[in-house]
Write a protein that binds this ligand. Structure first.
Ligand SMILES: Nc1ncnc2c1ncn2[C@@H]1O[C@H](COP(=O)(O)OP(=O)(O)OP(=O)(O)O)[C@@H](O)[C@H]1O
Ligand SMILES: [Mg+2]
Length: 603
């Protein structure tokens, strides 16, 4: 992720802009409720003065006072709860919008972004960090506004009763100010650490559940449980530290508050004895003072929570900003290229001097690769594991950008082709074939290119027939059977055939197959290839990666890669005749005319 200053409270406030009207109404209601509470305090002074005046109050005076108190209570109750409701609604709205926008924007980011961050961390950002926004907007912001308002009103009321007593109470102010500064900076720092820790624990849990079969197969349950326990322990330690700081703050604040109140009572009692102040006013002053102290304390706590929540939400907001910027720069004119561009003289695919390295690695993955894929032909990429075959396909899908050189499709620089056009043009079957949880139908229809899915039934069946998948689908329960998470209820070969049907459904003009039939037996593989041929017209080009050379014997051209460089190219026959690396690979696999004895790896 790009390094930039963490968005703070101001950024959080900006993100809530659409909800300002609701927030303002909510805060106004809370303000009215607070004024009502203060008036209740004022009424207590009237009652004290009434009782200490020496003359018994009349029934009308008592009824008037009770009626006034009742009215105030009603106002406080109605506005307090209405305010809380409105603020909660605003908070939920902000969270829903942020979560949806973040998820959508993240999906539009480059694949390279996902190489550097785990799925578990992203899930944690979407769930936990965004929850921090809800707390800040719906709870802590309003609570801060409420307490600041209450504190201000109480201070004004205190000043109106006695300026001198107010100054006496304010003597503890500077000490509290210093405590606030220290407290806030520590809490902010700790909260960020806690968020990172939570994300690490989520990432570990998500990965463990995703690969539970491997963990069980190697009997490593204890190892992963211990790793998770260590993460949980780090989270616990951080939470305890945060709690300790809160307690220290609250304890110190309480001492300061009591000291201030005692100073006020001492001076106030002298003023009452000297006849400068009534007993009712002193009682009201003390009540207002306690209220101001509590409100100030709560306001500081609320502010600490606001800044802490802003810290917690900062990763989510940073990602949102980054994704929005990336999406904005990626927006291109969708009409720049027509998907039905007439076939011209240019090759379907043209790699010119392409070099590429992954951002997370320092060595080059592909070096000065140049080749063409002619219209309606099949190009095969072969070579040892890790030589860069899949990476070439990923470049062709524009998941990564070349460091040097250029990739053209239909004569147009890949970088200039609008996203939607590119996805209509190219379909892929990846080396590992994950399916989504849901039905077989839903998985195949993912390849529909935004067409009306209800009208695709016929095409879905013919794509499945071409992928040699129709028979097993019908025999095992039909297109509406559930496949489980990542297609776990199907065999590897069945998953591959569904993935092939998905790729064929969109009738792509360029088909990329990365070991797409590696899990199939020879008979099923031959049936799939037959299916491709039956549907193949001159308008489809194919780039196929294969380890089993028998599957690419008939390819129009075969490119042999070694450590990211094309070392040989030609047809099956010409490469065998050349006696180079391809011929040696063919000999090892006993493909056509290659008579070298099979290496005895296992005795
Ligand atoms: N996302 C990635 N980040 C960093 N390095 C990567 C990434 N994907 C692949 N690599 C590296 O790039 C090199 C080429 O990988 P690639 O997947 O293209 O090989 P391949 O020829 O398809 O191998 P195989 O036949 O085993 O599938 C390897 O050294 C690999 O470690
Ligand atoms: Mg590969």
């Amino acid at each position: 992720m790009e390094s930039q200053p963490a968005p703070g409270v101001v950024r959080l406030v900006r993100e809530s802009a659409p909800e300002y009207p609701l927030l303002c109404c909510g805060i106004a209601c809370t303000g009215i409720a607070t004024l009502g509470e203060l008036s209740l305090m004022g009424a207590s002074s009237t009652v004290v003065d009434l009782l200490s005046s020496g003359t018994a109050p009349t029934e009308a005076e008592i009824d008037g006072t009770v009626g006034k108190l009742m009215l105030l209570f009603c106002i406080v109750a109605v506005f307090r709860h209405l305010g809380e409701y409105l603020l909660r609604v605003a908070g939920e709205n902000v969270v829903a919008c942020t979560q949806t926008a973040l998820f959508k924007s993240l999906l539009q980011l480059d694949v390279a972004f996902f190489d550097a961050i785990s799925a578990g961390s992203l899930t944690s950002v979407l769930a936990n960090d965004v929850e921090a926004i809800r707390l800040a907007v719906a709870k802590y912001f309003p609570s801060l506004a409420h307490h600041v308002c209450a504190c201000t009103c109480a201070l004004i009321a205190m000043l109106r009763i006695s300026v001198q007593l107010s100054l006496t109470g304010a003597l503890v102010g500077p000490v509290i100010g210093i405590l606030i500064a220290y407290f806030n900076s520590f809490v902010r720092h700790l909260t960020r650490e806690q968020q990172a820790q939570l994300a690490a624990a989520s990432a570990l849990a998500a990965e463990s559940f995703a690969f539970v079969r491997t963990i069980k197969a190697f009997g490593r349950e204890g190892h992963f449980a211990a790793a998770f326990a260590a993460e949980a322990e780090r989270s616990r330690a951080l939470s305890l530290r945060e709690m300790a700081w809160h307690k220290l703050w609250n304890g110190s604040n309480m001492v300061m508050g009591v000291a201030g109140t005692l100073l006020v009572i001492r001076s106030g009692a002298r003023a009452v004895a000297a006849g400068e102040l009534s007993a009712g006013d002193l009682a009201a002053f003390v009540v207002y003072g306690v209220m101001a102290g509590h409100a100030a304390n709560d306001a500081v706590n609320a502010y600490a929570f606001v800044t802490a929540s802003a810290g917690r939400a900062s990763r989510a907001l940073q990602m949102l900003d980054q994704a929005r910027r990336a999406v904005a720069t990626d927006e291109v004119d969708l009409d720049a290229i027509s998907p039905s561009r007439p076939l011209g003289e240019a090759a379907m695919v043209c790699f010119s001097n392409v070099s590429f390295r992954y951002a997370t690695r320092c060595d080059a993955c592909v070096t000065r690769v140049t080749f063409k894929v002619e219209y309606g032909t099949t190009t095969a990429l072969v070579g040892p594991s890790g030589c860069g075959k899949s990476s070439l396909l990923l470049l062709l899908l524009r998941f990564y950008k070349p460091e040097e050189g250029c990739v053209r499709v239909d004569g147009t620089d890949l970088a200039a082709i609008p996203e939607r056009t590119l996805r209509q043009l190219v379909a892929v079957v990846f080396q590992d074939t994950p399916l989504f949880s849901g039905t077989i139908r839903q998985n195949i229809l993912l390849g529909a290119n935004g067409e009306d899915e209800a009208r695709l039934d016929c095409r879905m069946v013919s794509a499945s027939v071409a992928a040699n998948a129709h028979d097993f689908i019908v025999a095992s329960g039909g297109y509406d059977q559930q496949v489980g998470e990542r297609g776990v209820t199907l065999s590897g070969g069945q998953r591959q055939r569904i993935a092939i049907a998905r790729a064929l459904l969109g009738q792509p003009r360029l088909l990329l197959l990365d070991e797409a039939t590696s899990a199939l037996d020879s008979k099923a593989e031959a049936a799939v290839q037959e299916g491709f041929c039956a549907r193949d017209g001159a308008d489809r080009s194919t780039v196929v990666v294969a380890h089993r050379l028998a599957t690419i014997r008939d390819a129009f051209q075969i490119l042999v890669l070694e450590r990211g460089i094309i070392v040989e190219r030609g047809t099956h026959g010409s490469l065998l005749a050349a006696g180079g690396m391809y011929a040696r690979m063919a000999a090892l696999q006993q493909v056509d005319g290659a008579h070298t004895a099979r290496r005895q790896c296992c005795r």
